[in-house]
Design a protein around this ligand. Structure first.
Ligand code: ZN
Ligand code: ZN
Length: 148
């Protein structure tokens, strides 16, 4: 058994969600392709491997995975929602030029951070969203700058 498939099996067990073939296919696609796909892109990918997969079933499975906490919706800001396998904690970087959403390796905030601002709220999870220019956009901008 591959490392990924045993990780997926474990995630299904931990979430107490029945790993049907299609749920498995959806989660596997998201875990393998860290592209923060839209529901439409997930449907296209799953449907390519299994042409019997209807749009409604794929969307329902996506919803079931999200409800079980195996998939999460990444901030979408008015655009189509993007989804992420929620197997490893990570932060996000959003490029303000090309809208790319990239994973940033997890690091903890110091426990004191935000305590005063949060008041009595009980925080169970958090993630940081960084914004700016991704490496590609930064490089293409500096190349343009060099020409002019
Ligand atoms: Zn970019
Ligand atoms: Zn992500």
């Amino acid at each position: 058994m591959s490392k990924l498939s045993s990780e997926l099996d474990q995630a299904f067990r931990a979430a107490a969600l029945r790993p049907t073939a299609q749920r498995y296919a959806v989660l596997e696609f998201l875990a393998e392709h860290r592209v923060h796909a839209t529901a439409e892109e997930i449907f296209d990918a799953v449907n390519r491997n299994d042409p019997r997969a209807s749009r409604a079933t794929v969307y329902n499975n996506l919803r079931a995975l999200a409800k079980a906490g195996l998939v999460r919706e990444v901030m979408s800001e008015g655009k189509a929602a993007r989804f992420d396998a929620n197997l490893r904690r990570h932060h996000h970087f959003i490029c303000e030029r090309c809208s790319a959403v990239e994973d940033i390796s997890w690091f903890d905030l110091p426990p004191s951070a935000g305590r005063a601002a949060l008041g009595g709220r009980n925080v169970t999870n958090y993630e940081i969203v960084f914004r700016g220019s991704c490496v590609r956009c930064r490089d293409s901008k500096s190349k343009q700058g060099a020409k002019s």
